[in-house]
Design a protein around this ligand. Structure first.
Ligand code: GLV
Length: 374
């Protein structure tokens, strides 16, 4: 195992926090500095193994900020606990890479970073929807390949979205932001599946529809359907916004793909294993009019064999939350989670996390997922 490079910020502080990847911005460092923490930051882009993380935790470590590429399992939390640690924050809103029960059993708080990814991630899902539906990357490759010989009425025909039906699987924060962007911006009807009705979203679309009617436009509908398959059957565009757990692993398998319209657009900016990627490759091969936009992959960073060769698939490297504002915000929230737990502060009660994004932050941890169990 080759030694990876780490740098130390604020050496000599009374508390020690390890940070497994360099994070954007300076604000997060100020938060930890204020909390009297030194930060040991791994500047190597390669994913750290659990052995490397354990070695870095060492004999005394108060807290850690990790990433979704790492497997924060019982072994790591036992190591952090043995080193005196009480705080961990994922630098992400999703935490399927974290064994929260093991952290709780070791008395370690687990933070995440909701509230700053919502619109940013939804915007990327919209970008992928249009890139796939209007064949943007395929046409870009065509231009760069020197194949454009002149305008033709038949070239790169894609999908028109206005007035069609958008389907959302998982109508939480990001799913409903995406739904609103597609409904408001492109006048699409909405069908969604979620375990719970999203009354605020339904009311918003009903009000928007009334507004359209007042302006002489056609009304729009919003319906929560009984199953994911119902959404897949009805929608012209489907965007996935579920968490990854046992219930959603391979939610979109060969059988699910088979019920979709042959020229539908499928977008995934949630977690790769929600789609059976081998089945997806097969489906895209046999349905050239079916189009897909993927931000996440089953075996990230790898793609399943054949995926990269498919012209009807647009792929980007898990960058849905990659805007400067969002990534700096995520870093501030992760740092504030760790700093607050180490200082013994309570959990922030409100969904509005903006007070944590600049300057002096409140004396609270913005988001601790196992707070109720500690
Ligand atoms: C990104 O995928 C996140 O969960 O924050």
């Amino acid at each position: 195992m080759s030694e990876k490079e780490w740098i130390t910020v604020n050496p000599g502080a009374s508390r020690r926090v390890i940070v497994t990847k360099d994070l954007p911005g300076e604000h997060w460092k100020q938060i930890l500095q204020e909390a009297d923490c030194s930060m040991e930051i791994c500047t190597d882009p390669a994913v750290l193994s659990n052995e490397e993380i354990i070695a870095r935790i060492g004999e005394r470590c108060d807290g850690a900020i990790g990433q979704l590429t790492e497997d924060w399992n019982a072994h790591l939390f036992a190591g952090l606990r043995a080193a005196g640690g009480t705080a961990y924050s994922n630098g992400a809103v999703g935490y399927n890479n974290v064994d929260v029960a093991a952290a709780t059993a070791n008395g370690i708080a687990v933070g995440n970073t909701p509230g700053v990814l919502t619109e940013t991630t939804a915007e990327m899902a919209v970008a992928l929807t249009f890139a796939a539906g209007r064949r943007v990357t395929e046409a870009d490759r065509f231009m760069r390949g020197g194949h454009y010989q002149g305008w033709l009425p038949t070239m790169f025909l894609g999908q028109r979205f206005v007035g069609k039906t958008v389907g959302v699987v998982g109508a939480g924060r990001i799913g409903s932001a995406y739904a609103r962007m597609m409904v408001e911006g492109h006048k699409m009807h909405l069908v969604y599946y979620d375990l719970y009705p999203n009354e605020a979203l339904e009311q918003y679309i009903a009000d928007y529809s009334a507004f359209l009617v007042e302006h002489g436009e056609a009304p729009l509908t919003c319906r929560r359907l009984d199953s994911v398959l119902d959404v897949l059957r009805e929608a012209d565009v489907v965007s996935l916004h579920t968490v990854l757990d046992d219930a959603t692993h391979h939610l979109i398998d060969a059988e699910a793909l088979a019920v979709m319209k042959p020229d539908a657009v499928l977008v995934n900016s949630s977690r790769g294993p929600v789609i059976d990627e081998v089945a997806l490759v097969e489906h895209c091969r046999s349905h050239p009019e079916f189009r897909v936009g993927l931000d996440v992959f089953e075996d990230e960073p790898a793609m399943k064999p054949g995926l990269a060769e498919l012209d009807n698939v647009v792929v980007v490297p898990h960058i849905a939350s990659a805007t400067v504002w969002t990534r700096e915000g995520m870093s501030s929230l992760a740092a504030a989670n760790v700093a607050a737990i180490l200082a013994g502060y309570p959990v922030w009660e409100s969904d509005d996390i903006t007070p944590f994004l600049s300057g002096k932050v409140p004396k609270a941890a913005p988001s601790i997922v196992n707070a109720a169990d500690l």
